[in-house]
Design a protein around this ligand. Structure first.
Ligand code: R5P
Length: 292
C-alpha cells in the first residue's frame, strides 16, 4: 500500500487564472493534433515562424547532380546551418548522422528518371518506414497540368491520409515542368489545390509578379524552392522578396550547395529568413564569410 502520510494537500489551484489556449504559430494548422504540430515545430522555428530547409533530394530523379556527387563530403559540413533537411530515405540511412536532431523531410514520391516522363510518379515510401526514420514530414511532388496530374494528386491524398493517421505532416511540392509557366496564376492554382486536398504545407517557386497572391490565397504555409543556380546576389534578393511577400521560409537546394561558398550562402539566407536582413546586407555578410 502506498504511503500517503506525507502527501501534502494541494492548496493553490489558481482558479482565477484561465488556462492559456494559444493558437499555433503556423497559419492554417490549428486544428491538428499534438504530434503534427510538434513535428512542424521541428521544421519551422517557433520564434521566427520561419524555416531554412536544405533540399538535397535531387538525386531521386537526377542521380549525382552537380554539388551532390559526394553528400558526405559536400553536404555534411553545411547541415549544422540548416533548420531541416529534405532528402531521400536512401541518403538519410546511408550518409546522414543520426545525431542530426533538426527536422527531416523525407522525399516520399518517385519513379521516373530525367530520361522519362517526370510526372509519372508513385508513392515511394511506406508510412512505417517514415515513422521508423523519425521524420518530421513526408514530401510528395504534385504535377498540376502535367501528364499524370491526377495520379500525382492521388499520391498526395494517400500520403495525407497515412500521415494524419500517425501525426506526420505532408509537404506538397508543386512541380513545374519545362512547358509550364511559373506565373502567379499557375502557382496560385497549384498551391491552392495542394492545400485544399490536405497538404500540411506547400513548396513552390517564386514568381516576380504577384507572389503575394500565391501566399495569401494558400491557407497553409508556403516555402519557396530555390530553382536553378543564380548569382548569389540575385538568389538573396529572391529570398528576401519571397519572405517579404508571405513565404514562411525556403526549401533551397542548388542556390546553396552549388554556391562556391555554401556555408557563407546559407548563413546569409538564414539572416534574411529569420531576422529580416535586407539583401544588400546579406550579400555583404556572404562576401565577408567567404573570405573567412
Ligand atoms: C526537385 O524536385 C526537388 O524536390 C528539390 O528539392 C527542389 O527542386 C528544391 O531544390 P532547388 O532549390 O535546387 O530547386
Amino acid at each position: 500500500m502506498a504511503d500517503t502520510d506525507s502527501v501534502k494537500e494541494a492548496k493553490n489551484f489558481y482558479h482565477d487564472i484561465p488556462q492559456k489556449n494559444e493558437a499555433f504559430f503556423l497559419k492554417g494548422l490549428n486544428s491538428y493534433d499534438f504530434g503534427m504540430k510538434n513535428r512542424m515545430s521541428k521544421i519551422f522555428n517557433p520564434k521566427s515562424g520561419h524555416t531554412v530547409m536544405l533540399a538535397i533530394d535531387h538525386g531521386y530523379f537526377q542521380g549525382p547532380t552537380t554539388g551532390l556527387e559526394r553528400i558526405d563530403i559536400n553536404i555534411l559540413p553545411i547541415i549544422p546551418y540548416t533548420d531541416t533537411l529534405m532528402l531521400t530515405r536512401g541518403i538519410l540511412r546511408s550518409v546522414i548522422p543520426p545525431t542530426y536532431s533538426n527536422g527531416i523531410v523525407m522525399r516520399a514520391s518517385g519513379g521516373p528518371s530525367i530520361l522519362k516522363e517526370l510526372s509519372n510518379e508513385q508513392i515511394a515510401v511506406d508510412i512505417e518506414d517514415a515513422i521508423r526514420m523519425n521524420v518530421a514530414a513526408m514530401a510528395v511532388q504534385v504535377f498540376i497540368g502535367g501528364e499524370y496530374e491526377s495520379q500525382s494528386i492521388h499520391n498526395l491524398t494517400r500520403l495525407v491520409d497515412a500521415g494524419i493517421r500517425y501525426g506526420i505532416p505532408t509537404l506538397a511540392v508543386t512541380a513545374v515542368g519545362k512547358e509550364l509557366n511559373k506565373d502567379a496564376r499557375y502557382l496560385r492554382l497549384a498551391c491552392r489545390i495542394c492545400a485544399e486536398l490536405g497538404a500540411t504545407y506547400v513548396k513552390t517557386y517564386y514568381c516576380t509578379e504577384g507572389f503575394e497572391t500565391v501566399t495569401s490565397s494558400c491557407p497553409v504555409p508556403i516555402v519557396m524552392a530555390g530553382g536553378k543556380k543564380l548569382p548569389e546576389k540575385d538568389a538573396l534578393i529572391m529570398t528576401y522578396n519571397a519572405i517579404d511577400q508571405g513565404a514562411a521560409g525556403v526549401d533551397m537546394g542548388r542556390n546553396i550547395f552549388q554556391s562556391d561558398y555554401p556555408i557563407a550562402m546559407i548563413s546569409a539566407v538564414r539572416e534574411i529568413v529569420h531576422n529580416g536582413m535586407k539583401p544588400d546586407k546579406a550579400l555583404d555578410l556572404y562576401n565577408s564569410l567567404k573570405k573567412a
